[in-house]
Design a protein around this ligand. Sequence first.
Ligand SMILES: C[S@@+](CC[C@H](N)C(=O)[O-])C[C@H]1O[C@@H](n2cnc3c(N)ncnc32)[C@H](O)[C@@H]1O
Ligand code: SF4
Ligand code: SF4
Length: 375
Amino acid sequence: MYEDWIASRVNSANYLKTSLKELKLAKKVNQLQPDRLKEIYRKASAIRRLRGFWVTNFKQTTDEEVAELERERPTTRLLSIHVINGCNLACRACNHNSSLLGIDSRVDIDQLLQDIEVILPKIYVWSHISVIGGEPLLEPRTREVTKRIWELCQETNQPCNVKLFSNGSRLKQEKEWIVDEMLKGVVFRLTFHKPWYTIEGSKNYENAYDFMEYAKSRGLDVNDGTFELSEAFRYDDGSPRQWFDLVKYDYSDGIKYYPYEDGNPVESFKHCSCPNSQLYNGHLWKCPMISYLRESLAVTGQLEDQEWQKYLDYKPTSITGTEKELRKSFKEVLVPHDICNMCSANPKWFTATEQLDPKRKKHVEMFQPQTYDTV
Ligand SMILES: C[S@@+](CC[C@H](N)C(=O)[O-])C[C@H]1O[C@@H](n2cnc3c(N)ncnc32)[C@H](O)[C@@H]1O
Ligand code: SF4
Ligand code: SF4
């Protein structure tokens, strides 16, 4: 019924093919009335036509440029900064370990603000600093953190972008300050987790469309590089996107996590979707799975489980460490480590929209041990 309507709006044969396939699925799912389906399709198409749609997440650079930065300060491609551990969604393969952490699983923002003052003058980040979570728009002080990170990047001559990530669920409420920051140069990266033709997904696409129109009304060129978008369930060419469980789930008694221990950390690391340094709790960590492990195990009541003790023994690097220690920490991010044995070496892929049971979520406070007994 909409085939002609779609055909009149697209000019690439491949795009047409995948759009028609998607539409078939939309009809099968049958969650939206025909007029609503048509309206949301129009809005989703406008969003998918934006220049920032599925644009690469990383800044283009040369080895020489990175080496030049390295000569002056310890340098990393990316620094993730969690402004909240919790999330309103429960994506089964969330690589930031937020799937079971409820929305009140917060971080200490005063400490975080102090930590960024300490670390940013001592290092370079060449691609981007991610303001991330969990879902950052659930933390009322995310604006303050984003603003200060942006300022500090200017003050410390960072070559990188500052990128605010979101699943878009609070886009309507937070749009004003997000556009304020985008007008300065902060990149907003929005990810859709549910297809546009579902009831929940349609709201996200509609909100994103309204956000785009609002940003334009404020004078923002939405194709200027500050608006990036991706879809968790579908690649740009329309093919389905799949994720895999990073750790093993056992559903026999509620939900428990276990390390995979496939015995091949090198292979596990090859599949890693998040080899990125994390600034958390006054320390630099190899990746998100290890940074937020304590909080995740608190949800499932497994902090004392024998299987996890060797991973909990991992030593992050203090942000007050020496230059040599900071360099070592950034190097550690790039190579396999014993802890990678917790992640699967033989991924079993499933559609990335899968959610865990949200009723299993718990609010967990940030762990603040006196010391991690760091090197
Ligand atoms: C961890 S989320 C945090 C921000 C926000 N909640 C969101 O979903 O955009 C940041 C990005 O990581 C992506 N992501 C999460 N788990 C992933 C996985 N297992 N593989 C690939 N990307 C993943 C999400 O799709 C999102 O674009
Ligand atoms: S929206 Fe999904 S991917 Fe993003 S933090 Fe929440 S659970 Fe993780
Ligand atoms: S433990 Fe290794 S493979 Fe697993 S998320 Fe961290 S860096 Fe990636």
